[in-house]
Design a protein around this ligand. Structure first.
Ligand SMILES: Cc1cc2nc3c(=O)[nH]c(=O)nc-3n(C[C@H](O)[C@H](O)[C@H](O)COP(=O)(O)OP(=O)(O)OC[C@H]3O[C@@H](n4cnc5c(N)ncnc54)[C@H](O)[C@@H]3O)c2cc1C
Length: 506
C-alpha cells in the first residue's frame, strides 16, 4: 500500500490491492471520489442500501491521511464540549456528542456485520494536565463534558510515566487498525456489487441535466450523485478559506522495559501529544503523536520528528524507533466539520474539516451523506452543513487569515533565495529559489540528479514549500502537496506542478 509521503506508516504493513477494475461501467447512481475512511464507509453504506456505486481513487485505498492516522476512536473531540456549548449552545453540543457516539456505533456495527478482524478494542481514554494551566483547561473540559453527558471521571493514577497534576478517565473510547478496517469494508462493498477503480485521478466534474459528468484520468464516468471524499474537495470554494491544512507527526517505538500504557492517553499541551499501543506482526509498539503545525510553516519538518522523539525518550525507556511518519489534517474555522451538500449544487456532497477526529467524522459522513442522498434529510445536516456561515467570535479572523496566507506567500515570492547556479543546491536538498527572474522548486537527489519544477501551486498560485521529512512540495495556503516529480499527492490542486527541463533554464 502506498501513502502520500515517503515515510512508512505503521499501517502500511497491511498490503492489499484490489483486482483492477478495467471494465468498469460508465454510469452509476453515486460516484465517490477518494478511498479513505470517508469514501469507503460512504460507498459501503450506499451500496448496501441499494445504490450502484463506484469509488474512484487517485492512487490506492488508504493512500491519504487514513494511511497516516493514529486511529484513536473518541467521543470527546478536539473541539471540547465547553467550546461547543459556548459557540452553539447546549442543545447543539449535545447533538455533537450524540453524533460522535453514533459514529462509534456505526464502526462497531460494520465490524460485527462483516466479521472484520481489525484489532478493534474498547478503551478508556486518559486525559492528563501537566501543569496548573492545563489543569484549569481540564476542569473546563470536564464541566462541558458533564453538561452533554460525556463521562470524565477523576483519576488518581494514569498508565503514563508523566508527572501530571490532574487527570480524568473517559470510558467508551476505542482504537483499531484503520487499514484492516477499510480494506475489509471494501471487500464487503465489492461483494455487494460495488466498483473500486484505483489509480484513477478525478480532474473535475460538470452537471448536465440529471447527470454529473466526471472527467478522470481513465475516461468519463457519469453518475447521478457525486461525493468528494477527498479530505478537502478540489477546486476553489469557500471551504478552502474555512479549513486550514495542518501536519501532525507520529512515531512508533518498542520499549525496553515493556511498560506499555494500557489505555490511550492525551496531554493538554499546545499542540497536544497523543499516545496509544498497537501490535504489528506480534510486536507491541507505543505510538506517540504531536508536533502539529500549519502545513508549509516549518522550516525543517525533520526537526519535528527529532523533537517528538526526544520528548518521548525523556519519559519512556525507548528501545527502537520502528516507524515514523507524518500526515495532513484540516482545521475548520468554527471547530466543526463540514459534511453534506456542497454549496450551489443539489447533487454534489463532501466532508472535510475533521481536525484530529476523522475516524469519527469520516464514519459519520457515511451516515449523513447516505441519508441526504436516500431521503433528502439527516438530523445532523444543519449542524455540519458545508454552507453554514457561523456567526461566532474568531470565524471572520480565521477566514481572513486564511485568505491572507495566500497573499503573504505570493509576497513571499520576492524573498525567495536567489541563486546564480544550480550547483548551489546541495545533494538531498530541496529549495524554492529565484533563478534568472523566475522561481523554481528544485530537489537534488543524492547522486546529483535534479528535479526541476515551477514552484507556483496551480490551485491558488501560492508558492510551495519543501517538506524534507516526506520529500514533497507542500502548499501552505490550502494544503495541496506534490511529489518531487510535480505529481499531485493531495488535493485541492488537480493539476501537477509544471516540470522544467534543466536545459530550459541553463
Ligand atoms: C498524524 C495524524 C493522526 C491522526 N490521528 C487521528 C486519530 O487518532 N483519530 C481520528 O479520529 N482521526 C485522526 N486523524 C485524522 C484522520 O486520520 C483523518 O481525518 C481521516 O483519515 C481523513 O479521512 P478521509 O477519508 O476523509 O481522507 P483521506 O484518508 O485523506 O482519503 C482521501 C482519498 O482521496 C483520494 N483523492 C484525493 N483527491 C483525489 C482525486 N482528485 N481523484 C481521486 N482520488 C482522490 C486520496 O488519494 C485519498 O486516498 C489524524 C490525522 C493525522 C494527520
Amino acid at each position: 500500500m502506498n501513502r502520500d509521503g515517503v515515510r512508512k506508516s505503521i499501517w502500511q504493513e497491511e498490503i492489499k490491492s484490489f483486482p483492477p477494475a478495467f471494465n468498469f461501467e460508465t454510469e452509476y447512481d453515486v460516484a465517490i471520489i477518494g478511498g479513505g475512511i470517508t469514501g469507503i464507509s460512504t460507498a459501503y453504506e450506499l451500496q448496501k442500501r441499494g445504490k450502484n456505486c463506484v469509488v474512484i481513487e487517485a492512487s490506492n485505498v488508504g493512500f491519504g491521511t487514513t494511511g497516516g492516522t493514529t486511529a484513536h476512536i473518541n467521543n470527546f473531540l478536539d473541539t471540547t464540549y465547553s467550546e461547543a456549548i459556548k459557540k452553539y449552545g447546549l442543545e447543539d453540543a449535545k447533538l455533537l456528542f450524540q453524533s460522535a457516539n453514533e459514529a462509534i456505533g456505526i464502526i462497531e456495527k460494520n465490524i460485527s456485520d462483516n466479521h472484520i478482524d481489525c484489532d478493534y478494542e474498547k478503551k478508556t481514554g486518559q486525559l492528563f494536565a501537566l501543569d496548573n494551566q492545563q489543569a484549569k483547561q481540564l476542569d473546563d473540559m470536564v464541566e462541558g463534558a458533564e453538561k452533554v453527558g460525556c463521562k470524565m471521571l477523576p483519576a488518581s493514577d494514569i498508565s503514563y510515566p508523566f508527572p501530571f497534576v490532574k487527570a480524568v478517565e473517559i470510558p467508551g473510547q476505542a482504537q483499531f487498525h484503520p487499514i484492516k478496517y477499510i480494506t475489509a469494508l471494501c471487500q464487503s462493498f465489492l461483494n455487494a456489487g460495488g466498483t473500486i477503480v484505483e489509480n484513477c485521478f478525478c480532474k473535475n466534474h460538470s452537471e448536465e441535466n440529471e447527470w454529473i459528468v466526471i472527467s478522470t484520468s481513465r475516461g468519463i464516468i457519469r453518475a447521478k450523485k457525486l461525493v468528494y471524499a477527498t479530505h478537502i474537495p478540489p477546486g476553489i470554494s469557500m471551504l478552502h478559506f474555512t479549513n486550514a491544512p495542518y501536519r501532525s507527526y507520529a512515531i512508533a517505538f518498542t520499549l525496553k522495559d515493556l511498560n506499555y500504557p494500557l489505555e490511550p492517553g492525551y496531554d493538554l499541551m499546545d499542540p497536544y501529544h497523543y499516545y496509544r499501543v498497537q501490535e504489528v506482526n506480534g510486536e507491541t509498539l507505543l505510538i506517540a503523536g504531536g508536533e502539529d503545525h500549519k502545513t508549509g510553516h516549518s522550516d525543517d519538518t525533520g526537526v519535528c520528528f527529532t523533537n517528538l522523539e526526544n520528548y518521548v525518550r525523556q519519559y519512556f525507556d525507548v528501545d527502537v524507533v520502528k516507524y515514523s511518519w507524518s500526515s495532513q489534517y484540516y482545521e475548520p474555522a468554527d471547530g466543526l466539520p463540514y459534511i453534506g451538500k456542497m454549496s450551489g449544487s443539489s447533487s454534489v456532497f463532501t466532508a472535510t474539516g475533521f481536525r484530529g477526529n476523522g475516524m469519527i467524522f469520516g464514519t459519520l459522513a457515511s451516515k449523513i451523506i447516505s441519508e441526504l442522498i436516500l431521503t433528502g434529510n439527516s438530523k445532523y445536516a444543519r449542524l455540519f452543513s458545508p454552507s453554514r456561515i457561523t456567526p461566532i467570535a474568531g470565524f471572520t479572523e480565521f477566514v481572513k487569515e486564511n485568505i491572507a496566507v495566500a497573499t503573504d506567500f505570493i509576497k513571499d515570492k520576492l524573498f525567495i533565495e536567489k541563486i546564480s547556479s544550480l550547483t548551489e543546491i546541495a545533494e538531498g536538498e530541496g529549495k524554492v529559489v529565484k533563478y534568472e527572474g523566475d522561481s523554481y522548486a528544485i530537489y537534488k537527489e543524492k547522486g546529483g540528479r535534479l528535479h526541476l519544477l515551477k514552484s507556483t501551486c496551480p490551485h491558488a498560485k501560492c508558492e510551495v514549500r519543501w517538506n524534507s521529512a516526506e520529500i514533497s512540495w507542500d502548499c501552505p495556503c490550502h494544503g495541496s502537496r506534490f511529489s518531487v516529480n510535480g505529481k499531485v499527492l493531495n488535493t485541492p490542486s488537480v493539476t501537477d506542478l509544471i516540470k522544467i527541463r534543466e536545459k530550459d533554464i541553463e
